[in-house]
Write a protein that binds this ligand. Structure first.
Ligand SMILES: Nc1ncnc2c1ncn2[C@@H]1O[C@H](COP(=O)(O)OP(=O)(O)OP(=O)(O)O)[C@@H](O)[C@H]1O
Length: 254
């Protein structure tokens, strides 16, 4: 079953309609409908292989859907792929970092690649170093940084061109608990100026850091809900039932 989405406001920033993708002869994402509003952090939750990365890659414009559409501010991404570059900041599952560059060199390189002129690039790099708390490591080689700092560099590169939509594939993956908490704070701080869509297979991470959770299983969106404090136990039961393919009771989708 695919969950219709009726929470986002009348003009969502991101609108997925019947989004599907076949890979190696198998439909790994099927008929996903989802909307995301400005100022919202939505967590796409699912077990390994559920289709999270494939969905995010389609939203980021690096993988074309087999059918369905991705609309950003009403414009179809695949009618005009340059929309993706301008309006989306994307942290892939494996961030394309250059270990031999310093943090500042790498961010400047990314800013120039996005088409920012010299002075704009300088301003954007300084802004994101500050926002992502990278000041202490700006002259360090990326290859020598901890995983937590490397993920922050990955987020900083996604923000350089000030896109309205930020797409983060497993931003907390491999982080220790302190780094994970700092990452959550950083993601939540992005809500002031961006909509954020992130994937995770960690339920606690999704619950603590997101306004809304959508559960993906076997390529289908099974449930979307607003996160309420103190609902961990209910959420765990729901997730377990979905992961074991047990039929769900009727419940309004959030
Ligand atoms: N290039 C590909 N060719 C064939 N099958 C693929 C390809 N990429 C992904 N798949 C398959 O598609 C399904 C969904 O993969 P995807 O990476 O989107 O899942 P995921 O939810 O992100 O998983 P994980 O949490 O492990 O990253 C999996 O069964 C995967 O094996």
């Amino acid at each position: 079953m695919t969950a219709p989405d009726d929470i986002a406001d009348a003009a969502p920033l991101l609108q997925l309609t019947d989004l599907s993708r076949r890979l190696a002869g198998r439909e790994v994402v099927r008929g996903v409908n989802l909307a995301l509003a400005r100022g919202e952090v939505l967590g796409l939750l699912g077990v390994n292989g559920a289709g999270k990365s494939t969905t995010l890659r389609m939203i980021a414009g690096v993988l074309a859907p087999t059918s369905g559409s991705v609309r950003i501010d009403g414009d179809d991404l695949y009618d005009d792929p340059s929309i993706a570059r301008r309006r989306i900041g994307y942290l892939p599952e494996r961030a394309p970092l250059h270990p031999e560059l310093t943090v500042a060199e790498y961010l400047r390189f990314c800013a120039r690649l996005r088409g920012l002129a010299n002075a704009e690039a300088t301003t954007a790099v300084a802004r994101e170093i500050e926002r992502c708390d990278l000041g202490d490591v700006r002259r360090r080689l990326i290859g020598q940084l901890s995983k937590g700092y490397q993920q922050r560099v990955g987020i900083a590169q996604a923000l350089l061109h000030a896109p309205p939509l930020i797409v983060l594939d497993e931003p907390a993956s491999g982080l220790d608990p302190v780094q994970a908490i700092r990452m959550r704070e950083l993601v939540r701080s992005l809500r002031a100026n961006h909509a954020v869509l992130l994937s995770t297979h960690l339920l606690a991470e999704a619950e603590a850091g997101c306004d809304r959770i959508a559960i993906l299983h076997r390529g289908e969106l099974r449930h979307a809900m607003i996160v309420q404090p103190g609902e961990t136990a209910r959420l765990e039961q729901l997730f377990l039932r979905i992961a074991s393919d047990v039929a769900l009771p009727a419940e309004p989708h959030a």
